[in-house]
Design a protein around this ligand. Sequence first.
Ligand code: HEM
Length: 422
Amino acid sequence: MRLNPFAGAYLTDPAHVWRRLLDEPGRAHHDPDLGLWLITRYADVRRALSDTEDFCNALTLAPVYDVCPEAMEILARIDAPPTTAAADPPVHPRTRRALRETFANTTDRVERRYGPIVQRRVDELVSRLVARPGGPTDLVTAFTTELPLLVLLDILGVPAEDVGRVRAWADGQIALVWGCPDPAEQVRLARGLLEFWGYCQQLVRARLDGARRGEDYVSQLLAYRDGDDEVLTVAEAASIVFNLLVAGHETTAGLLAHALDRALSSPRRWRELGEDPGLIPAFLTETLRFAPAIDGWLRVTRRPVTLDGVTIPAGARCLLLIGAANRDPAVFERPEQFDPHRRDAEGHLSFGHGAHFCVGAALARLEARMALTRLAQAIPDLRLADGHRRSYKANVAFRAHLGLPVVIGATVPPGGAAALAG
Ligand code: HEM
């Protein structure tokens, strides 16, 4: 079985490819071109995500292709210790505790701690959209990739003037690790990643020196550490920041784009969401199932693993196709149908499962809920531009829209754009 994630149908209609893979007999397939084992069924993907005895995370953030020697030499200088998605026991339980204690991750805590930041950023961006009726406007550049990054930088206490650099570095890491850059691009992106790591170390160092301690997340992480390397080293604190700046940005941007795409594909649905925001949480859950922002994720086998008679050897890299698992007919009724009223959507694997379950899931949901609520109320006649065809960036893991062109109707609530910002 083969999967070409970088060209053809996978870039315009991944669901078609998932269907074909799910229909194949056998539950694990080696793809010789990718050098990865493909796992598609729900039960197997769920197990691989959570079974830390048989599968490990060590190479999750390592490029999925053979990196050229020049880029490799640069990457070897990045000495960020594994702390989150690339960490395994015994380190992971300790660093995970640090994340759990410092990053709000339940609905209530997220709403209390980050709600005002999210609302302010949503209002700003929606006001900007409303102030330029007509179109087409690309929601990906004007909204979906902006909101999560601005929110995250506010939370972490990253200065506003660094937004552009952080965006370029974080996007670069996603392209470098899970994309298919040519050697010259690998070198450019590797240099960017090295700079990015230096920047995160610097951010932590500035708080440590007392120059910029405050209410921000980095300061809280250092307060949790309280000078004790057994709790968390300074390098681990910087590595957590390094990971959060990527993990919390393109992912939520993806959720927003998929949700807006689904919502705007039906003018009736968009109107309904505006009239009854109570529908939005279930709508988002179904979006997560149907169109996950991360639809393929990685694990390495610690020892031989046999799935239905097929043995994956020890030390093999596996691509867990979350997008396919979320459409496994063994678990989801009418899996190919987008149905915000379905009862089984909660079982999706889009935030992972088990020990590495997404720390930012509640924040991502809050951002998407507030964004859709405000947008649907402020611009009830927002619509996709005529002739728009879905297409995505070439990537094994992240399913990111290349664009989402929309026409912004002239309907503005009483008080105009200023009222939205209020
Ligand atoms: C829709 C948005 C998001 C999606 C689809 C998503 C997806 C995921 C997935 C699939 C994992 C599991 C990784 C694994 O099992 O190895 C994960 C872990 C993680 N996510 Fe998210 N994520 C999202 C938003 C966020 C946000 C907003 C943040 C933080 C600001 C965040 C931070 C993390 C971190 C730190 C981990 C690693 C946790 C660990 O290894 O213990 N994510 N995410």
